[in-house]
Design a binder for this molecule. Structure first.
Ligand code: GDP
Ligand code: MG
Length: 442
């Protein structure tokens, strides 16, 4: 597996300061193979590897994870990001009915999906109407009626015996019908061919123009692998779509199609189908798909656990320090700043928390160089000074400034910031009710 390969690449790397370019290149090669094995299209793989490399180069080495784990984590985060981050929901029309049109190759799972969507929408309090616009295959209308029956929703179809109707006409009428009969969502099932075909595209485009869908969902079989890209592009050009549904994820496909379609068309994956039954259906979960593509769900869980354990350890250490007589020292201050630097974007997140005003100001002013200077200043202090900053008088400040190559003003400003942080830590510890730290004990 990918994680075994990466373990080999990284043997002996632990403890290095930063991930080297050679390490990152070696890892990128392995990830590339894993993605190609998962059937991700080559151009998408290239672009993906590019962004992973860039992020890995900028990343400071984690103390909680070994380098292999750390890169896997970056790869996973990038994957989840590309696959959509948060799942996009259906955009409902301001005036009913909302029209959802399904498009895709024959056998992709459109008719089954119509039933699944019908069931799902009904469960959310909607009154969906399924519309049969696949008049190509003799049994298609019947198949839609059957799934509608299973879902317990209504179906609109040309009356049998009237000969083959015009799907565009049926589509148009269905919207009128939905209005009259108070159905608030219309799901339009369409015909598909085994391959991409101009006549089919023209028909789908005609239906699109007749019903003006709020959402057009491109339905694609996850098992089609590399073909997903050409098919997706053809449908994007021929009909256009606003979302993607991946079907047959219950099979053994690794799901590379998801990344390819998303990468090539830029449209979000909205739903996932995982079986023939109507209940085998859910909104799309990018994290699940990412671990499936990487083929390392277990590894990702391990990584999460390692990080949590590390964080808990750090927090405990800090709490212990706070509870001790020395309280929060300059040494801790340095450690904390380094931890914030390691967190990167998380620092921004923290800063966005309501009520974290003071923290936000501090975080905003922290950049890497600033941290390095701060570290230098603290390292120029004696252990006594670090533990009891009160003793740092004017002459000591001059000595520290000279020792670390900064001005006395900078030393002063550091000590000031530290005093603020110390106060904050004291307040936090007090409000968390740590033994011996509350204002009561002072
Ligand atoms: P359509 O031609 O696009 O309308 O595709 P259908 O809805 O008729 O589905 C084609 C076949 O795939 C049927 O036998 C379905 O039962 C099956 N199918 C659809 N979705 C899934 C799925 O998510 N998993 C599995 N295993 N089979 C599916
Ligand atoms: Mg069908």
């Amino acid at each position: 597996t990918l994680s075994d390969r990466l373990d080999k690449v990284f043997t002996g790397l632990r403890g290095k300061g930063r991930l080297s370019d050679a390490d990152i290149d070696a890892t990128a090669r392995e990830i590339r193979i894993a993605l190609l094995e998962a059937d991700v299209a080559l151009p998408v793989v290239r672009e993906f590897i590019g962004s992973v490399k860039e992020r890995a180069r900028g990343a400071a080495v984690s103390q909680a994870l070994n380098p292999a784990q750390q890169i896997i984590k970056i790869v996973n985060e990038e994957l989840v990001g590309i696959l959509g981050g948060e799942t996009r929901r259906i955009r409902y029309a301001k005036t009913s009915p909302t029209v959802i049109m399904l498009a895709g190759l024959q056998g992709a799972g459109k008719t089954t999906l119509a039933g699944k969507l019908g069931r799902w929408l009904k469960a959310q309090g909607h009154t969906p109407l399924l519309v049969a616009c696949d008049l190509q295959r003799p049994n298609a209308v019947n198949q839609l009626s059957v799934v509608a029956g299973q879902a317990g929703v209504d179906v609109y179809a040309p009356q049998p015996g009237n000969g083959v109707g015009d799907p565009i006409e049926v589509a148009r009428e269905s919207i009128e019908h939905a209005r009259r009969t108070m159905h608030d969502v219309v799901v339009v099932d369409t015909a598909g061919r085994l391959g991409i075909d101009a006549e089919l595209m023209a028909q789908a485009a005609g239906i699109r123009d007749a019903v003006q869908p709020d959402e057009t969902l491109f339905v694609v079989d996850a098992m089609i692998g590399q073909d997903a890209v050409t098919t997706a592009i053809a449908f994007q050009e021929g009909v256009g779509f606003s979302g993607v549904v991946l079907t047959k994820l219950d099979g053994d496909a690794r799901g590379g199609a998801a990344l390819s379609v998303r990468g090539v068309t830029g449209q979000p994956i909205m739903f996932a189908s995982t079986g023939e039954k109507l209940a085998d259906f859910d909104v799309f979960h990018p994290e699940r798909m990412a671990s499936r593509i990487l083929g390392m769900g277990d590894v990702l869980t391990l990584i999460e656990q390692a990080e949590q354990a590390f964080d808990a350890e750090q927090a405990e250490k800090m709490a212990g320090k706070l509870a001790s007589r020395d309280g929060f020292t300059l040494e801790d201050f340095l450690e904390q700043m380094m931890a914030i630097r390691k967190m990167g974007p998380i620092a921004n997140l923290l800063g966005m928390l309501p009520g974290a005003g003071q923290m936000k100001e501090q975080l905003k002013n922290i950049d890497d160089r600033d941290l390095d200077r701060t570290a230098a200043i603290i390292r120029s202090m004696t252990p006594g000074e670090r533990n009891t900053p009160k003793i740092i008088n004017a002459s000591r400040r001059v000595r520290i400034a000279n020792g670390s190559g900064v001005t006395v003003t900078e030393v002063n400003s550091l000590l000031e910031r530290f005093a603020q942080a110390q106060k904050m830590m004291g307040q936090m510890a007090g409000s968390m009710g740590m033994p011996g730290m509350g204002p009561m004990s002072k």
